[in-house]
Design a protein around this ligand. Structure first.
Ligand code: NAG
Ligand code: NAG
Ligand code: NAG
Ligand code: NAG
Length: 496
């Protein structure tokens, strides 16, 4: 791994050096027929530009460089055999932006990147557009700014498209994350989205538009320390700031919220980034010249991380041991796969039942119950019945102590051990069920198996414990930050 990184760095350094020496400016048509090395690392792409992916680059083929030489846009090799277009931080070879992270092309695809008012990545063999940056109006040039922002600019209309508006898993310092965008892990299992006055992390449903909803596993609400968030006052946005914090704004000026990192206000001036990582954790780093130094981790306890246990499992504190709802221990790969598409009802809007197995379990509760709504129910049976009747309900947890009934609109996950008064009811659709149905053979069993077999099963992992405690911890940390920022405790609401 070290060696690979070192090799990438060497290649990049050579490329950048060559480009700097040549001070290349791509002009219309010039790049198309030339060797990739000569076409590499232009500082500006003009209309008519086109460059072909050259497989002789082992990891990264730079196409467009920023003025400082710290970043480059180019063809990136991912997962050994796949190809994506990326903006790389060259010293670390870390991709700050990816064009098609969830559907990269084969490395061997004869891909080309061209600029003709918009940027287009094409697979020439298949005559297929793999990705395009469709600008509102055509641009005259594409440039990479010294912030790593890839922009398409027009002489008359200014910036018509920028990569900062289309993040993949990372935002860098100075980049606005708006309600119109979201951060996704590269496999799109997890997402970070902004709400009106908060940001939250979600386990994405196995199939978009399916019957399961996204499960929220972390919510950070704006503290409104220095600026109120006004209802109807426009959408919020978040930004990593040079002083070492994530700020939430409704407009420029004092932030409505400050989520401080470890180096908050310590005078560390370095490139910062915040990334939603494959394990579902949101982390911040700064580049210390040799490595990305960790500066903030949103979830620090095993049971709070959605990848610690799989779906249909219960997480035990504090070690994060996982136990399947159906009985057996698991290694974190999940206990049963949630069959994604289709409905929990036999026919759309029709009868419930038959397509899942009901599993009851005492002593479990949703780790994210503070983030779920609840209804009051007279009894566990009453709570269960409300879920059973609903095609979109995947489970219900009744608290015999409070009479609260929590309904889950996603397959059972984010469950932790609770006291004996908590009674869980879960609808389980699993590969085992499917196999059993198929094993039964023929008739209704066959139909059932066929229905279950439709589509891809996805194991969505999840369990978190003490989300509230974590939230409270962060709330207090942020309150400290607020004090450091100079906002005295003047009775401003800490938010819900
Ligand atoms: C980046 O560019 C802006 C203007 O385009 C300039 O003010 C700033 O100093 C540059 N930053 C670096 C690190 O070069
Ligand atoms: C971020 O948003 C603010 C307010 O809308 C805007 O002034 C600024 O230009 C944006 N920055 C970038 C890099 O888009
Ligand atoms: C649990 O594990 C045992 C032994 O490994 C196995 O025989 C049994 O089928 C498993 N049960 C379930 C529900 O997976
Ligand atoms: C719920 O609580 C009541 C009163 O404490 C008790 O009688 C009942 O057995 C409990 N039900 C369950 C299912 O634990």
């Amino acid at each position: 791994m070290e060696a690979v990184v070192a090799r990438i760095r060497l290649v990049l350094v050579l490329c950048v050096a060559a480009a700097a020496a040549a001070a290349l400016m791509a002009s219309p048509g010039a790049a198309a027929g030339e060797g990739a090395a000569a076409a590499a690392t232009a500082q500006e792409l003009r209309r008519g530009f086109s460059v072909t992916h050259d497989q002789s680059y082992s990891q990264f083929q730079p196409v467009l460089a920023d003025p400082t030489g710290a970043f480059a846009l180019g063809f990136l090799r991912v997962k050994a055999t796949m190809l994506d277009l990326a903006v790389l931080h060259l010293p670390s070879a870390f991709p700050l932006w990816r064009a098609i992270p969830d559907r990269p092309a084969p490395w061997s695809a004869p891909a080309s990147l061209s600029f003709d008012g918009g940027l287009v990545l094409t697979d020439r063999a298949a005559s297929k557009v793999l990705w395009s940056a469709a600008a509102a109006s055509p641009g005259d040039r594409a440039v990479l700014l010294n912030t790593s922002n890839l922009q398409i600019q027009s002489t008359s209309a200014g910036v018509v498209w920028q990569s900062f508006d289309h993040p993949s898993d990372t935002i860098v310092q100075g980049q606005n994350l708006t309600t119109a965008a979201a951060l996704y892990t590269l496999d799109r299992r997890f997402a970070m989205r902004l709400g009106s006055n908060y940001f939250a992390l979600y386990i994405e449903p196995p199939s978009p538009g399916g019957v399961a909803a996204a499960a929220m596993y972390l919510k950070h609400t704006a503290l409104q320390a220095k600026a109120q968030i006004v209802a109807g006052g426009g959408p919020t946005y978040a930004r990593v700031e040079p002083d070492g914090f994530l700020a939430m704004y409704q407009k420029e000026g004092p932030p409505a919220d400050v989520l401080s990192f470890d180096t908050f206000n310590r005078g560390v001036r370095a490139l910062r980034r915040m990334t939603l990582e494959p394990d579902g954790n949101l982390r911040a780093y700064y580049w210390d010249g040799a490595r990305w130094a960790a500066d903030y981790t949103s979830i620090t306890e095993a049971c709070e991380l959605p990848t610690t246990c799989g779906a249909y499992s219960v997480c035990a504190q504090p070690r994060g041991g996982c136990e399947c709802l159906l009985g057996n221990a698991t290694d974190g790969s999940g206990c049963a796969a949630a069959a994604a598409p289709g409905s929990l009802c036999g026919t759309p809007g029709g009868e419930v039942g038959g397509l899942y197995r009901a599993v009851r379990r005492r002593g479990v509760e949703p780790a994210n119950k503070e983030l779920l709504g609840f209804e009051r129910a007279a009894s566990a049976a009453d709570c269960e019945a409300r879920c059973e009747r609903k095609c979109s309900c995947w489970g219900a947890v009744y608290s015999n102590g409070t009479g609260y009934c929590y309904l889950l609109d996603y397959p059972a996950q984010l469950l932790v051990e609770g006291d004996e008064r908590k009674l869980g009811y879960f609808k389980v659709r699993s590969l085992e069920e499917e196999a059993a149905g198929r094993g039964g053979g023929g008739g209704a069993g066959g139909v059932k198996a066929a229905l279950l077999a439709v589509g891809v099963a996805a194991v969505v992992g999840a369990a978190a414990f003490g989300a509230y405690r974590a939230w409270d911890r962060r709330r207090r940390a942020a309150a400290d930050a607020r004090r450091q920022l100079g906002a005295v405790d003047d009775g401003l609401s800490p938010g819900p």
